[in-house]
Design a protein around this ligand. Structure first.
Ligand code: PEP
Ligand code: MG
Length: 760
């Protein structure tokens, strides 16, 4: 908003002062609206001023100064009909010297408007939707000054508060725009975690509710906005300075844009000017935002729309600071059946949510192997990623049908769609029940090979999945999850208790504890791992690299694990090993703790089995050197894929570019599998690849006999194993490796179908 001269400032202020006293007065809603149109007409010197409000999908003339009073509550326009409908539908202001020249103009004789030539109208907005229109008309054809339009827009903003406080608009039709939506919209995205859910939209960072629009003390409001700007800029600086460990999982580029906007003088000046016109700090921020939104809509440039998103985020951040409404939806408490909507989430942020209420997640970004996805998979929460602009199409509390199995989301569904969806959910439940029945059946192939099927875990709650799935143990326990859910660094005694609980819950089944794998996309808010800013955190100071440098961290964990496993076998696995010496150093940390505890007469584990993750391709070149050192090796296909393809696993643009069934991955794993077999190293797979029946089938075909996968995949993968002739699969994979088909996935799927392999 640009209020350029004192005259227009005075006009805007006069309107707001007038509106404030009307709002404070005791009249009924209709009387107040009549006073509003009078006040505005007088302040801007307009011959006509009218208010149309949206009721049941129709814009009804509610009050007018200058048109015939008989038309009030009689003149009605459909959403999109006439100039009024145009403004509401497009949420766009109009300023016309000659109203009839606009293609959408429609003459309504009952109003007596034929003598008025010029027309200016602005939308009355609530939750980014038009709920009415405020307009002015003049006999003489003349265009209104930009400043006058802006005064109308400011007045419309205050009016939105007035009509909502007086119950003049029905909130239902705003919160639930079914009135003008046929309930068949669909948004598509990328399947990150399978599943279906019906629930209500909840924004991770909720929109701030503006309680008061007209200021009582302009200087105080100015002060509030200044200090909010200072705080916001400090936050953004802090995030940019340690981008790789930023709390919100935001990406570098976003942070840079944030920074640019945060320091944009034009933005803060416009907010300041809006405060000058008499608005509160919150209303001024929102007012400027509304204005920017309108302009962006007119420009209609996808690149700018992206930037608009960033500005929206930032304005919302500023609003949250100024209003003190700081929490994310997790801290504000969730309703039942929540479907969370966010641009992106960090793993720790997701863990803050009450999983009993959280039914699904929709992200504008997101990728298959980002840790937030892995955690959601562990929690059994479906995620649809890469849903472009979802935060524009979906509003808080919208009913959503989320069908990640088919990569779609239906906002505000019709009744018939809901029925169809429920039928689908029933079918899924039946399938799930059938998988549950496999729990006590062995994962044996048709030709008699017993496959070891373990689960990946990391949360206390995951332990129950061992008995629910009938898995052989835990092949990957991501110990960093405990660090991610904590507000401060977990103590040794806290870790000890936790590992003891885990081992106790596992009973006789083995648990492979992976030492903390933090850094990369798993930053700990309370721990700064690297003093330098990293360009490529995934390839930077993470996992074992941190552990070996900050050996206090690793010592504490080693001691806790050794003590917890007293009297039983302890399986320890080190992440991100690239060279043998890293393994040796990590093992030495454990051995030293073992000696220490031994010297103090503590009961020790029967044995420690040491393993490494193969996720850095370099390690594959040193397998012969590792053979005598290792008790076992586990391929982490998530990181391995990112390093083999040089494709950041959390970059949404790369999420679909490379396939796990591509010749490079298959050949790599096939070669490693053969070599470790000859070297006598026990090999398993613990990346997400093993959790998909078709991909798991390919792995078995490459000679893999042990899989550790997400619990929800045990049923489908076991069903696949029990329907597979392993010898035939090995032959098929052998021929695919020698002569890769153009589309390995399609070829393998066809093969599986023609060989009656159950792919779920
Ligand atoms: C992997 O990289 O494949 C893996 C299992 O570890 P994480 O996903 O935790 O990095
Ligand atoms: Mg990894």
């Amino acid at each position: 908003m640009v209020i350029k001269d004192t005259h227009s400032l005075v006009t805007a202020r006069n309107i707001l002062t007038g509106l404030r006293s009307i709002m404070a007065s005791s009249g009924n809603a209709q009387t107040k609206l009549n006073q509003v149109v009078e006040t505005i007409a007088e302040a801007v010197g307009s011959e006509v001023c009218s208010i149309y409000l949206l009721r049941e999908g129709v814009l009804e003339l509610y009050a007018t100064q200058g048109l015939k009073q008989e038309a009030v509550h009689v003149t009605k326009l459909a959403f999109g009909q006439g100039l009024i409908g145009y403004i509401a539908k497009n949420v766009e202001s109009l300023n016309l010297a000659e109203a009839a020249s606009h293609p959408d103009f429609q003459y309504r004789p009952e109003t007596g408007e034929d003598k008025f030539h010029s027309f200016a109208g602005v939308p009355i907005i609530r939750n980014e939707q038009a709920v009415g229109v405020l307009c002015a008309q003049h006999i003489e054809p003349h265009k209104y000054a930009e400043e006058e339009i802006e005064s109308f827009e400011t007045a419309a903003m205050v009016l939105s508060e007035l009509i909502s406080n007086t119950g003049l608009i029905d909130e239902d039709s705003v919160d639930n725009p079914d009135a003008y939506n046929n309930g068949t919209d669909r948004l598509s995205g990328l399947q990150l975690v399978k599943g279906k859910a019906s629930g209500f939209a909840c924004f991770h960072q909720p929109r701030v509710k503006i309680e008061q629009t007209v200021a009582e003390d302009t200087e105080a409001e100015r002060h509030r906005v200044y200090s909010a700007f200072d705080k916001m800029r400090a936050q953004i600086d802090h995030m940019t300075n340690q981008a790789e460990f930023g709390g919100g999982g935001e990406h570098e580029e976003v942070l840079q844009t944030y920074k640019m906007f945060a320091y944009d003088e034009g933005w803060s000046r416009r907010i300041n000017e809006a405060i000058d016109s008499g608005l509160t700090a919150e209303a001024a921020i929102e007012r400027v935002q509304q204005h920017t939104r309108m302009r962006m809509r007119q420009i209609n440039d996808p690149l700018l729309a992206d930037r608009m998103h960033d500005l929206e985020d930032l304005a919302n951040r500023l609003l949250r600071i100024v209003s003190g409404q700081m929490g994310t939806a997790a801290t504000l408490g969730l309703r039942q059946d929540t479907i969370l909507v966010a641009r992106n989430l960090g793993p720790a942020e997701l863990l803050e949510y009450d999983r009993r209420r959280l039914k699904g997640v929709i992200l504008e970004e997101g990728s298959l192997t980002a840790h937030v996805t892995i955690i959601a998979r562990a929690m059994g929460i479906p995620i649809l990623g890469q849903v472009k602009n979802v935060r524009q199409y979906v509003r808080e509390n919208d009913h959503l049908l989320l069908n990640v199995d088919d990569n779609v989301l239906f906002p505000r569904p019709s009744a018939s769609m809901q029925d169809a969806f429920e039928a689908q959910i029933e079918l899924t439940n039946k399938k799930r029940a059938a998988y549950a029945e496999l729990k006590d059946k062995e994962p044996v192939t048709l030709d008699g090979t017993r496959i070891t099927l373990k689960i990946n875990a990391g949360l206390r709650d995951d332990m129950k999945m061992l008995s629910l799935t009938g898995a052989d143990g835990i092949g990957l326990f991501r110990t960093e999850f405990q660090f991610l859910v904590a507000a401060t660094m977990p103590s040794r005694s806290g870790q000890l208790r936790f590992y003891r609980d885990v081992l106790h819950a596992a009973g006789d089944k083995p648990v492979v504890f992976r030492t903390v794998d933090i850094g990369g996309d798993k930053p700990l808010p309370y721990f700064q791992a690297s003093e330098v800013r990293e360009e490529n955190p995934a390839m930077g100071w993470r996992a074992l690299r941190i552990g070996l440098e900050r050996d206090a961290l690793m010592k504490v964990q080693a001691r806790a694990l050794i003590e917890a496993a007293a009297g039983r076998v302890l399986n320890v696995m080190f992440p991100m090993i690239a060279e043998p010496w890293e393994f040796d150093e990590a093992k030495a940390v454990f051995e030293k703790q073992l000696d220490y505890l031994h010297a103090r007469g503590k009961q020790l584990p029967l044995r420690i089995r040491y393993g490494a993750m193969l996720e850095v391709p370099a390690l594959a070149e040193c397998l012969d050197l590792m053979a005598s050192r290792l008790d076992f090796l586990s391929i982490g296909t998530n990181d391995l894929t990112q390093f083999l393809f040089a494709a950041d696993r959390s970059n949404p643009k790369l999420a679909e570019r490379f396939d796990w069934l591509s010749p490079a991955i298959l050949r790599f794993i096939g070669r490693v599998s053969k070599e470790v077999d000859e070297l006598g190293i026990e090999l398993s797979i613990c990346g997400e690849m093993g959790g998909r029946p078709l991909d798991a089938m390919a792995l078995l075909g490459l000679g893999i006999k042990r899989l550790s996968i997400t619990p929800a995949s045990i049923g489908p993968v076991k069903a696949m194993i029990r329907s597979l002739n392993l010898g035939a699969a090995q032959e098929q994979l052998g021929s695919m490796l020698r002569d890769p088909p153009p589309d390995p996935r399609a070829t393998l799927e066809e093969w599986a179908i023609s060989h009656d392999v159950d792919l779920g």
